[in-house]
Every structure is written in C-alpha cells, then in structure tokens.
Design a protein around this ligand. Structure first.
Ligand SMILES: CC(C)(COP(=O)(O)OP(=O)(O)OC[C@H]1O[C@@H](n2cnc3c(N)ncnc32)[C@H](O)[C@@H]1OP(=O)(O)O)[C@@H](O)C(=O)NCCC(=O)NCCS
Length: 168
C-alpha cells in the first residue's frame, strides 16, 4: 500500500463500517453503532484512516477533552502544578483493522492522531495526551511509541514533547 494514497478524514456515512474488525469487539461495535452519532453530537471526535477513493476503513481514532489530577504525572513540569486538574486530550478509541495490522499503520495512525492533537491544542489548554489502553499489549504499543505510564493501563505523553518531536 502506498503511503501517499492514505487519507485521514472525519467519520461520515460514506465509510463502510460493517466489516471493520480489529480484534477487540468493543472497539468494532463503537465504530459501527456509536462513533458517527457521537461525532455529530460533539461528544467524541472520530477520524478515519482510509485510502483515496475507497470506503473501506483501515483504522480509526477518536478523541475528546479530559482532565487528570496532577499528582499522577511523573513529568517534572506537570507535577509542579499541584492542586489542579491537568487539562488533557484523551485518545478514547484507537484501532487498526486486523487485515492491516503489523504493517506500520498503527504507528502511522498514532502520528496522525498526535499531529491532530497538536492542532487542537493550539486553541485549547491541554498539557498531555492520555490513553486508557484496553489491555497490557496495547499499553506496550504506546510505551514503545514514546508514551509514559500514568497508572495501571493509562499512559500519557506531554504535548510539548509531541510538538518538540514534530518540530511544531
Ligand atoms: C495496537 C494496534 C493499534 C497496533 O497497530 P499495528 O498496525 O498492528 O502496529 P504497527 O505495525 O504500526 O507496529 C508499530 C510498532 O509497534 C509494535 N507493536 C504493535 N503492536 C504491539 C503490541 N500489541 N505490543 C507491543 N508492540 C506492538 C510493532 O512491533 C512495531 O514495532 P517496530 O517498529 O519495532 O517493529 C493494533 O494491533 C490494534 O488495533 N489492535 C487492536 C485494538 C487495540 O488494541 N487498540 C488499542 C486500544 S487502546
């Protein structure tokens, strides 16, 4: 698959949601039954990874506003902000269809998601991206891709670190 054919776009009626299968039923069902409605209602914003001219969904991520108490963070700067909830952007859902897993597309989609988060945070106070990993294997994936442990299956990445790594 050519990287230049990949596109990321807002979820819409045109995407073929019925065949999506990532191996975690909750994530498949969310995409099939709730994601578009939540997107339209402003509850959870969903972006679809697909190919130009195709309806098939390769992967997707959703994100929403969130906050976490500062005590949980190991990060020097965030730890200093005692007594405040730290505003964050939460990647609430993240998945690649099984047929496309293991080809670097999860990493590609994560980079797209982080760039999206940086863009959103230009107009919104948000200090970190957080994710509640679905299981320890998913957590491994995020840790491997630069995230830090927050608690149990929850991981985070300071947005200033994301900006620095993308030179934004
Ligand atoms: C987790 C998931 C997104 C990874 O996507 P993917 O396309 O298979 O991953 P990639 O091919 O981009 O892998 C990128 C790197 O992460 C590693 N990796 C992938 N899945 C991993 C896992 N579960 N645990 C540890 N490392 C993992 C790969 O080995 C690769 O490392 P390398 O660059 O050193 O070779 C995908 O397997 C998935 O959708 N799983 C089911 C849903 C899920 O768990 N979503 C996360 C919910 S929080």
């Amino acid at each position: 698959m050519e990287l230049e054919n990949l596109i990321i776009e807002d979820i819409s009626r045109s995407h073929e949601r019925d065949f999506f299968s990532c191996g975690i039923g909750n994530l498949d069902n969310y995409l099939k039954f709730d994601a578009r409605r939540h997107h339209n209602d402003g509850i959870n914003h969903t972006k679809i990874l697909t190919q130009k001219g195709m309806k098939e969904i390769i992967g997707y991520f959703s994100c929403a506003a969130a906050s976490v108490t500062s005590n949980f963070f190991q990060d020097k700067t965030l730890k200093k902000i005692r007594g405040y909830e730290i505003p964050c952007i939460k990647l609430t859902r993240f998945a690649i269809d099984r047929r496309y897993q293991g080809r670097g597309l999860g990493q590609y989609l994560l980079i797209c998601a982080l760039k999206h988060v940086c863009k959103v945070s230009e107009n919104l106070g948000a200090a970190a991206v957080i994710i509640d990993a679905k299981n320890s294997s998913a957590k491994e994936f995020y840790i491997k891709n630069g995230f830090y442990e927050l608690s149990d299956l929850c991981v985070y990445l300071p947005i200033r670190e994301v900006r620095r790594s993308f030179k934004l």
